[in-house]
Design a protein around this ligand. Structure first.
Ligand SMILES: Cc1cc2nc3c(=O)[nH]c(=O)nc-3n(C[C@H](O)[C@H](O)[C@H](O)COP(=O)(O)OP(=O)(O)OC[C@H]3O[C@@H](n4cnc5c(N)ncnc54)[C@H](O)[C@@H]3O)c2cc1C
Length: 385
């Protein structure tokens, strides 16, 4: 640190203001800690996503901040979904959700969450601020900022900076595992036939084994349409994901009909989804990783916002006890790994096993369709996606 550095001191630094980082800041609001969020983007900012939020994510946020659910449902860009239609080989199965799910465009959702943090906490928020070098020592954490003399210091740091986390890159030995990583693309459409504001749809194709194309209704009469494949599949078979997305429509007469009058109103954009199935390094001396930085997306559905929110809460609980014990050591932080294992990772393992079984034995998808008529089996399927 140079003598002229402008030093900002905190108890906790949260890098990243997505669903994980904002949930963590909300969960710390009554802990009496001085917290800062640093995000490299200017808000509102988009994030490539299917934008479907499971009920569980909203329930967790409601536990963190009673009253959140009502505020979120009242938010004008939120849609409350009640059904999912699944299409495969000209068959359709409709799931009536045990509890609702939601969609909300990330451009507005993440800004809404950041405003909730502004409203209910004393967290200091630094957007358009790009961290550079992160250093942890026995006494604290230091983060320098690109093109700036500002230096942030804290007792502990949370890596909530998504799939390309620099906290994970700089503080762990993390390498990209293509068998546990999805490449995914998404575009917005209007005038898609047979859509309503309460039904999400997924289309399976026998060509793109197991992977599905989603059509989710979002605010302003738009559809969020996307598709993802395992990165190992993409690289081994030299697949062009964007071409495959459009090819998917040709493979399916139902999709061709559904999109006959549709207009694509945004570019097709791609992003990675780090899948969870086993737990990697998610903590260490003075740090914890949450959400996509910790690779916690569901291997079967690719959804990750719910686990970003839940891991944000678990990390906040761990931080509160670390401050009480004044212990931020690697050993003490393992408490976070243990809590994460039982609350999230064990469940992801079941989804991973189901994903593996279905990809090796694709005919099981036909069986799922047959058995899916049974209410109890539909309920089980809903519990692992
Ligand atoms: C195509 C696609 C479709 C998806 N569909 C769904 C879905 O329908 N439902 C669902 O639940 N999940 C879905 N996901 C997964 C979901 O997007 C992520 O799991 C979720 O966004 C993770 O939240 P997070 O807070 O961990 O990270 P993010 O939402 O990625 O937020 C990370 C934040 O960190 C900031 N940041 C990044 N790098 C830095 C840096 N170096 N320094 C400072 N800040 C930084 C970013 O600007 C961002 O604000 C999808 C993902 C993809 C790619």
């Amino acid at each position: 640190m140079t003598e002229t550095a402008n030093v900002k001191q905190y108890d906790v630094l949260i890098l990243g203001a997505g669903p994980g980082g904002t949930s963590c800041a909300l969960a710390l609001r009554q802990a009496g800690l001085k917290v800062a969020i640093i995000d490299k983007s200017e808000f509102p900012r988009d994030k490539v996503c299917g934008e479907l939020l499971h009920k569980k994510a909203v329930e967790t946020l409601n536990t963190i901040l009673p009253g959140f659910e009502k505020e979120f449902i009242d938010f004008p860009k939120t849609l409350v979904l009640k059904h999912t239609r699944v299409h495969y080989k000209k068959k359709t199965l409709t799931f009536d959700w045990v509890s609702e799910s939601y969609t909300c465009p990330r451009l507005q959702l993440d800004n809404f969450l950041l405003n909730v943090v502004r409203k209910y906490t004393d967290t200091e928020i630094f957007t358009a601020t790009t961290p550079d070098k992160i250093t942890t020592t026995d006494t604290g954490v230091t983060v320098t900022i690109k093109n700036s003399d500002v230096v942030f210091t804290a007792k502990a740091i949370i890596g909530a900076d998504g799939a390309n986390s620099i906290v994970a890159k700089q503080l762990t030995e993390k390498v990209l595992d293509r068998d546990h990583y999805l490449g995914a693309v998404r575009a917005y459409y209007k005038n898609v036939k047979n859509t309503d504001n309460i039904t999400s749809e997924v289309f399976f194709s026998s060509k793109y084994n197991l992977n599905y194309l989603w059509v989710f209704p979002i605010a302003d009469n738009l559809s969020n349409v996307g598709f993802g494949l395992l990165s190992s599949n993409i690289s081994e078979n030299k697949i062009n994901l964007k071409e495959s997305f459009y090819d998917y429509f040709k493979q399916s007469p139902e999709l061709a009909e559904k999109f006959a009058d549709a207009e694509q109103v945004s570019p097709l954009e791609g992003f990675g989804v780090p899948l969870g199935s086993t737990i990697g390094t998610v903590s260490g001396n003075r740090f914890m990783l949450i959400g996509d930085a910790a690779s916690l997306s569901n291997p079967l559905s690719g959804t990750g916002m719910g686990n970003a929110v839940l891991s944000g809460k678990i990390a906040a609980d761990q931080l509160i006890s670390a401050f009480k014990a004044n212990d931020f050591s690697e050993t003490y932080m393992k408490g976070y790994d243990n809590a994460l294992q039982s609350a999230i990772v064990d469940g992801l393992y079941s989804s991973y096993k189901a994903q593996q079984t279905l990809s090796k034995l694709p005919f099981l998808l036909d069986l799922v369709f047959l058995l899916g008529k049974n209410k109890r089996i539909r309920k089980y399927i809903q519990s692992i996606v």
